[in-house]
Ligand binder design. Structure first.
Ligand SMILES: [Zn+2]
Length: 222
């Protein structure tokens, strides 16, 4: 018969990530200090570790298609090739948003959230978001980083995140059309671009899972 406390030891070691500790570090005081701090959220950048876990989980989710996941990943890393990124590396002369009359610094969150164009397109698609998440939860943290203020069901949460990815990709494509070709999409065209991307998801789910699934999951979209 093994004493109960000996059974608890391996569990304790695993729970507190102590398995990789070198033997030299196993001093009572060090262990107590480690355990006391374990699991407490650490702030990295603007986010706590608990939030970072959610952010990376979202980026790694398989539901958005590859291009969308790449944009999501770049958004989280702040490395979408916006002017501010180039300017800070002395690769661009200006860091301002190329949209006429905007003039703000073109950062990742500017393109995807703060810019007037992003704001207007977002307003047009709020009703679509509202089918899956609360409109109040469609925040910058959600659209750019995938952080929702509250938990939603698996399906609604996943659809909400796919919508956020479609919005980001649409805004990024619209921005690039303007920068590269001077093609200015109207607000409605920006909305149409996003909804076209959403319909691709709906269409592929319809082919794969059938109409009843699509009706249940996508709530009349596409
Ligand atoms: Zn702007």
């Amino acid at each position: 018969m093994v004493p109960g406390y000996l059974v608890e030891v391996p569990r304790f070691v695993q729970q507190h990530s102590l398995a990789a500790w070198p033997a030299m570090e196993w001093r009572p005081r060090a262990v107590v200090a480690h355990v006391a701090g374990f699991g407490k959220p650490v702030v990295i950048g603007q986010f706590r570790t608990t939030e970072l876990a959610t952010i990376w989980k979202r980026v790694a989710e398989r539901s958005p298609r590859n291009e969308h996941r790449v944009v999501a990943w770049q958004a989280v890393h702040g490395c979408l090739p916006v002017r501010d990124l180039f300017y800070r590396r002395r690769l661009a002369q200006v860091r301002t948003c190329p949209r006429e009359g905007c003039g703000a610094e073109e950062t990742v969150s500017h393109v995807l959230w703060d810019c007037g164009y992003a704001r207007r397109v977002r307003t047009l698609v709020m009703g679509v978001f509202g089918k899956f998440v609360s409109v109040g939860d469609v925040t910058k943290d959600f659209v750019v980083y995938g952080l929702l203020a509250r938990n939603y069901g698996v399906v609604d949460g996943a659809c909400g995140w796919v919508l956020a990815c479609c919005l980001k990709v649409a805004l990024w494509r619209a921005r690039n059309l303007w920068v590269a070709k001077r093609v200015a999409l109207s607000d409605q065209e920006g909305r149409a671009l996003m909804m076209g991307l959403v319909r691709e998801y709906v269409g592929s789910d319809r082919r794969r899972w059938g109409e009843p699934y699509v009706q249940r999951t996508w709530k009349g979209l596409g």
